[in-house]
Design a protein around this ligand. Structure first.
Ligand code: GLN
Length: 488
């Protein structure tokens, strides 16, 4: 069942909220040894929440379209009373005393947190292999990566051990694991969802979004989490006052007449697997058949997207992660004899390799003498990228592109080659640099039966348009309905 179907069944009393929660927790207990999607399961808390929501529903309260639905939360989103460690030894054992705004909103909407999902350490990565508790395995082929950094959330949905999940996307971390695992996700416009309680990686790029079995589930949950929070000023970059409201009526799926979609032709010229290319171009044809007009264009600045992103993301990461010093926050080494030893050893022992690499890169590009040459140039490039998108959206309603150049690769294949790993983000990072929304949707499989995804990118706050188009696509195709075998 999709999350919306599950909520409807609960409302009709076909099953109780406690049954819904127990079923999923049992399924996690049975299956998660194979995929390692969860870092924590909050059974007792979830069951007691379930009871409270059942009471409200029994009293006839119309809570929300997703009331009674269990949800999995990425391990970098603060959950009161449930360990939130960003899959890092640095935060191992940390149990927040407050909820992120998105969690407050989900709980008000009657949704129940059942556990935290595995990820790349501090959301830095594209494969979900660097978490302290080991790699997430792709449910379609357990020897392969699930994509990252929200790999646990995407894998949990693909395997059917959670009905819906939250992820975060700094440079592709919702969309890319969705593509690798064959599920649907939305990365909202920067400023549409409060980041209060999201443990920061790169604050000017981070955004929380939804991962689910289809676009309607993702959109329904985005309605719930979007909009600023009741206590003003907790995230001053969250600038929409009221939440999104989409038309998700099944009888109301229109066509795409009059919609203009831009296709960046240089995305398909080199560096992309031929099977990915074929499937993504077929998705464009499908949208054309639904009434959209497709026009090719040349994406400018392509050589600068990855460098600009990695300079900015690492610079912000080095600053954000400076708080983990063994004193104020996080893991403290037992071996430090002097103050500087405590700092050095705590950080050396508490962080993994990729996180350290990025802190070093970030500190370097921000250091005096290099700041102008790297960081300032990257910011100027970011402004050019934003300008380029502004021009494109004066011509097109949306842009269609691949999510990743390949399907899921073997675990261990890229961990020692950071540049190769970073190049896998070529189609996703510019969207974050420009603060735009994008929806990732499954569009086929390669010969090895591994899922392929594409993304629809829109102008700022054009989520409704993207969701309408995505609904048209999913009403005409069945890719999102495929499930991997082997899970109960
Ligand atoms: N793969 C990108 C990175 O490593 C994106 C990560 C993310 O979106 N959190 O930075």
């Amino acid at each position: 069942m999709t999350a919306l179907e599950l909520a409807a069944a609960v409302k009709l009393k076909k099953l109780s909220v406690s049954e819904a929660v127990s079923n999923y927790i049992e399924s996690i207990e049975k299956n998660d040894k194979k995929i390692n999607a969860f870092t924590a399961v909050s059974k007792e808390k979830a069951l007691s929440c379930a009871k409270k929501i059942q009471t409200r529903l029994d009293a006839g309260e119309d809570i929300s379209p997703l009331a009674g639905v269990p949800i999995a939360i990425k391990d970098n989103i603060s959950t009161e009373g449930i360990e939130t460690a960003c899959a890092s030894k640095m935060l191992g054992g940390y149990v927040p005393v407050f909820n992120a705004v998105v969690i407050e909103k989900l709980e008000q909407a009657g949704m129940i947190v059942i556990g935290k999902t595995n990820m790349d350490e501090f959301a830095m990565g594209g494969s979900s292999e660097t978490g302290a508790g080991g790699a997430v395995c792709n449910p379609w082929d357990l020897t392969r990566v699930a994509g990252g950094s929200s790999g646990g959330s995407a894998a949990a949905i693909a395997a059917g051990i959670a009905p819906i999940a939250l992820g975060s996307d700094t440079g592709g971390s919702i969309r890319q694991p969705c593509s690798f695992c064959g599920v649907t996700g939305i990365k909202p416009t920067y400023g549409a969802v409060s980041r209060y309680g999201l443990i920061a990686y790169a604050s000017s790029l981070d955004q929380i979004g939804t991962i689910g079995q289809d676009i309607e589930d993702c959109a329904a949950m985005l309605e719930i989490i979007s909009g600023s929070d009741s206590v003003s000023g907790r995230d001053s970059t969250c600038i929409i006052k009221s939440p999104f409201s989409f038309d998700l009526d099944k009888n109301n799926i229109k066509n795409l007449n009059g919609i203009k979609i831009g296709l960046p032709k240089n995305y398909f010229e080199s560096g992309i697997d031929s099977e990915v290319k074929t499937a993504v171009l077929a998705a464009a044809k499908e949208l054309e058949a639904a009434g959209a007009s497709i026009e090719e264009f040349e994406m400018p600045l392509m050589d600068y997207l990855i460098p600009a992103y990695y300079i900015i993301a690492c610079a912000e990461a080095s600053s954000n992660l400076s708080r983990y010093d063994g004193l104020k926050y996080g893991y403290r080494s037992a071996n430090g004899k002097t103050l500087s030893d405590v700092y050095r050893l705590s950080r050396s022992e508490g962080f993994g390799l990729e996180v350290k690499r990025r802190i070093m890169l970030g500190s370097f590009v921000l250091s005096s003498g290099y700041y102008d040459a790297y960081y300032k140039k990257a910011l100027q490039t970011r402004a050019l990228i934003k300008d380029a998108y502004n021009k494109l959206f004066s011509r097109y309603d949306m842009i269609l592109s691949p999510v990743a150049p390949t399907t899921a690769y073997k675990q261990g294949e890229n961990v020692d080659d950071p540049i190769k790993m970073y190049m896998g983000d070529i189609y996703t990072v510019s969207i974050n640099l420009a603060g735009l929304p994008a929806a990732a949707l499954p569009c086929g499989f390669d010969k090895q039966n591994l899922p392929i995804g594409f993304q629809l990118i829109g102008d700022a706050f054009s989520e409704k348009k993207l969701i309408d188009a995505a609904r048209v696509f999913q009403s005409r195709t069945t890719h999102h309905l495929n499930k991997p075998g082997g899970f109960q």
